[in-house]
Write a protein that binds this ligand. Structure first.
Ligand code: APR
Length: 248
């Protein structure tokens, strides 16, 4: 699966190079969760302006809470489990000799359940809620009502999903910038590369001298040094095996 041109590209990589991995909804697709922009994606079912902005929440909190309650229940479905791509990234984190960071745009907990530790959820997490009054963030796996009472400060109606909505600042940007500045290899897995600032990470990594690879079902049109195309449950384990056996 790793073609000769990709092998040549990677064989120049230092075994102790910094490695940054960015994942998107495509890595969770084979676990049974919808992506956003595929034909059967979430944004083909509902307009993001109606459920994924602070304005939507202010306008119709019941609609927004209902949207995230349904996605939270979907993630908690016993049939939804980490897949071979999530597991391969855990192996890569454990065995890679250089610095490693996994940045995910995903709000599901599949990387967490697979065992990823060096993991940053830059768009928040479905299984957490935060209080607009006291800013506490707590784990939460039920349905959130619009008049729920904050368990920490007692305020009513201030609890919201711990999700970064469009127009809000993604999380952990400083840590991500530091990791990208030292990266020798940047892997972009299962993301359309359409939403900034994540979509800008490839260029940032390249400007720091990193090799950049796209792992997807198809080319997204982004500028990468190389790519590996097919279902993530096949491409990611193959790439991890190559990196650990041939590069390290
Ligand atoms: N294996 C690998 N890639 C896949 C697979 C698969 N089995 N299935 C789909 N993909 C790819 C698609 O080709 C597409 O490029 O995953 C990508 C999913 O793209 P999007 O649906 O746009 O999801 P993502 O890139 O994560 O969206 C980024 O946009 O709506 C916001 O906050 C939301 O975090 C999300 C952000």
């Amino acid at each position: 699966m790793i073609d000769p041109s990709l092998k040549r590209l990677l064989q120049g990589l230092r075994p102790d190079a910094g490695l940054v991995v960015l994942t998107g909804a495509g890595i969770s697709r084979e676990s049974g969760l919808h992506t956003f922009r595929d034909a059967d994606g979430i944004w083909a079912q509902v307009r993001l302006e109606e459920v994924a902005t602070p304005q939507a929440f202010a306008r119709d909190p019941t609609r927004v809470q209902g949207f995230y309650n349904a996605r939270r229940r979907a993630v908690l479905d016993p049939a939804v489990q980490p897949n071979a791509a999530h597991d391969a990234l855990v192996r890569l984190e454990r065995e890679w000799r250089g610095p490693f960071l996994l940045v995910t745009q995903n709000v599901d907990d599949l990387h967490d359940r697979a065992g990823s530790q060096k993991l940053l959820h830059m768009h928040g997490e479905l299984l957490k809620i935060c209080c607009a009054a006291c800013t506490r963030i707590d784990r939460f796996d039920g349905d959130l009502a619009t008049d729920a009472i904050c368990p920490d400060c007692g305020a009513r109606g201030t609890l919201r999903p711990h999700i970064v909505w469009f127009g809000e600042m993604p999380l952990f940007m400083e840590e991500i910038g530091e990791a990208l500045s030292g990266a020798g290899l940047f892997l972009s897995i299962g993301t359309s590369g359409t939403v900034y600032p994540a979509a800008g990470f490839t260029a940032e990594a390249r400007s720091n001298g990193a090799i950049t690879l796209e792992i997807n079902m198809e080319e997204t049109g982004g500028r990468f040094d190389g790519g590996l195309y097919g279902p993530a449950t096949q491409t990611v384990p193959s790439l991890v095996e190559f990196l650990l056996k041939e590069v390290q």
